[in-house]
Design a protein around this ligand. Sequence first.
Ligand code: GAP
Length: 466
Amino acid sequence: MAATSLDQIVSLSKRRGFVFAGSEIYGGLANSWDFGPLGAVLKENIRNFWLERFVMKRQDMVMIDAAIMMNPKVWEASGHVKNFNDVKIDCKECKARFRADHLIEEKFPEMKVEGKSSKELTEIIREKNISCPRCGKKGTFTDARILNLLFKTSFGMIEGEESRDIYLRGEIAQAMFVNFKNVLTTTRKRLPFGIASTGKAFRNEITPGNFIFRTLEFDLMEFEYFIRENEWEQWFDYWQKEEQKWLNDLGVDPKKLRVREHSSDELSHYSKKTVDIEYETPFGWKELFGLAYRTNFDLKNHMEQSGEDLQYTDPDTNEKLIPHVIEPTFGLSRLTLVILLDAYHEEKLENGEDRIVMKFPSRLAPVQVAILPLSKDERLITKAQEVYELLNKNTNLRLDFDVTGSIGKRYRRQDEIGTPTCITIDFGTIGDDDKQCKKDHVTVRDRDSLKQEEVKIQDLISILSL
Ligand code: GAP
């Protein structure tokens, strides 16, 4: 099968209700996207799988759900106000804006410009006479300038009164550090342990794009795993393997995954070692997840700036220490795109028809079982409703009930939304046609093998709950 293009995913997402352009009826808003009825469920299924794996089934992990807006002092102490920057450059001719380092690296991939100052980047762009990728003109760039990625907003906008600048959170990690003491005293956890959180983060990205891959607001899932300093390498390896294992359990194609360690110039201001798990997207190898050793940088700075004692006291020895941190971070919006890309298949059927099928793993599929009466005959609809009720009451399966259009069209729709199982109720089911299935039996169709099997209605619960 030819590699899936982003256009195929964008088009299917709109057609079937995974992702819509944000504010579409007003002409949209650049790079803003809304998850539709199926996309929202897909994303929540991924989040729930993550919570189950990394929080609910572990004794060493707790979860918090923190505010998006925090005291601005948090972002000063964390170093984000000073260091969470990219360098931007504008084309005076067509007004397009670019990340200066990307502009150079795209023209000269062998040139490494990580860590260079805005002045140095401006000089390289001028020396190499790089043209604007949008309008093609040369010599039209402004000087490169630093842009802070924190998203500023105002607090208390009362007319005539001064408002106060605050930031929407640029990462969700800070809430885990700021709440470290609260969590420690209320849960009495011992090292090593983790604090997890999921939710939206906001960044003033200079070059957002590639659909939901890079946006200004996005969903993140991450945890801070608190350890003793001398154990960091062991825990770093452990969490790298766990991240990879989880991707494997999500069914992501291993051939499209690789690990890349950050060079020292590339490291974030808080990190001593970072690796990215990258995925081969239609637009190149890109970061999917990160894993960072943040030392005790954050707790130490918050302790100094807030004046609160954020040390951990060993309950056996009374030793006091500021724990170090390993941070596995999982971009949820980005992972949702990867799951869509990986699931997309175009196939030719034996009868010569083409089909598009989303091969989601069953636990992620927005609909797991579709119940389809063969026609709109009242007797079939009533029987199909009984089957729906039976499964709804006795299983946790996500069900769909569809009576519109021909059965062939309904199968195509269920394939495109990735439903692993379809159940068809025909005239045989109600004992009215011995050429169709047996009385009180239904036809169960498997999305991937396309095999169809007759199953007794009463056996559906045990068969589908497997
Ligand atoms: N607390 C660490 C942290 O936030 P990061 O590498 O800056 O680390 C974490 O971001 C993850 O968030 C990335 O691995 C990526 O999956 C996702 N991500 C980052 N920027 C994004 C953006 N603009 N749009 C969508 N996802 C993004």
